[in-house]
Design a protein around this ligand. Structure first.
Ligand code: ZN
Length: 242
């Protein structure tokens, strides 16, 4: 099976469209989405609708839950909270119901999907090998795809201490029989200093993985955000990928 793996789209339709335009979707069997479809950006309904046209497997993220009132936003910063309140008003009843229906984790064949971590699927940021280790203890498949930090990184289980690897975009690697926690990075709001949309391709037959980055018209998203009155700090950060 060939998979397109996406995370943290954050209502950024130009970024999502750039990813879908670059990938040859006729060669993709399934799209795996790791949550945070909405929040921050200006196109929540459009992004959900576009994703649902695809052969999609999707789990819930913290922004998805916050936008439907399933979780309070006390731990969000002011800008995130403002964007969340705007999103909540904007969402159609159908899209609210869709976000409501998303599971916290999804397991199929030899992989698990989760937004944050297996210890706290919606909330925990896996930022360090020691944090990844806590999820490896709960992992029942060889691979776990996760997001939430907006930083693409691979944790490989090597004895008691997993190692973290940053893989250069465009380089296809073959996975060995070790277990992996694989963070795809973010489509709609990258935070690793590279503003391009991040995604990955996974081929389960060949056991290969390839990170990709694609340019998108950042100004187009920023213009829509301005028009909709979303916070300035969220608009600016897209230019820098922070
Ligand atoms: Zn996110």
């Amino acid at each position: 099976m060939r998979y397109l793996v996406l995370s943290d789209i954050h209502s950024n339709l130009p970024a999502l469209e750039a990813v879908l335009a670059e990938v040859d979707l006729s060669h993709i069997d399934e799209v795996l989405c790791l949550g945070d479809l909405v929040g921050y950006g200006p196109h929540p309904n459009e992004c959900i609708a576009r994703l649902r046209e695809l052969p999609l497997r999707c789990v819930a993220g913290n922004h998805d839950w916050a936008a439907i009132g399933k979780m309070d936003t006390a731990e969000f910063n002011l800008a995130a909270r403002e964007a969340c309140q705007w999103t909540e008003k904007e969402l159609t009843a159908e899209n609210r119901a869709y976000l409501q229906s998303l599971p916290e984790t999804f397991v199929q064949d030899d992989y698990t999907l989760v937004h944050g971590s297996l210890r706290a699927p919606i909330w925990e940021y896996v930022t360090h090998p020691l944090v990844a280790q806590r999820s490896f203890e709960l992992l029942n498949t060889q691979l776990c795809f996760h997001g939430h930090t907006h930083v693409p990184v691979v944790f490989r289980e090597e004895g008691p201490n997993p190692q973290a690897y940053i893989l250069p975009p465009g380089q296809r690697i073959t996975l060995d029989r070790n277990r992996y926690m694989i963070n795809t990075g973010s489509v709609g709001q990258p935070r690793d200093g590279d503003p391009r949309a991040s995604y990955l391709l996974f081929d389960s037959q060949e056991a290969t993985l390839e990170y990709r980055r694609v340019d998108y018209p950042v100004e187009e998203t920023q213009k829509s955000m301005k028009k909709k009155g979303l916070p300035e700090s969220l608009i600016t950060r897209l230019s820098y990928g922070w």
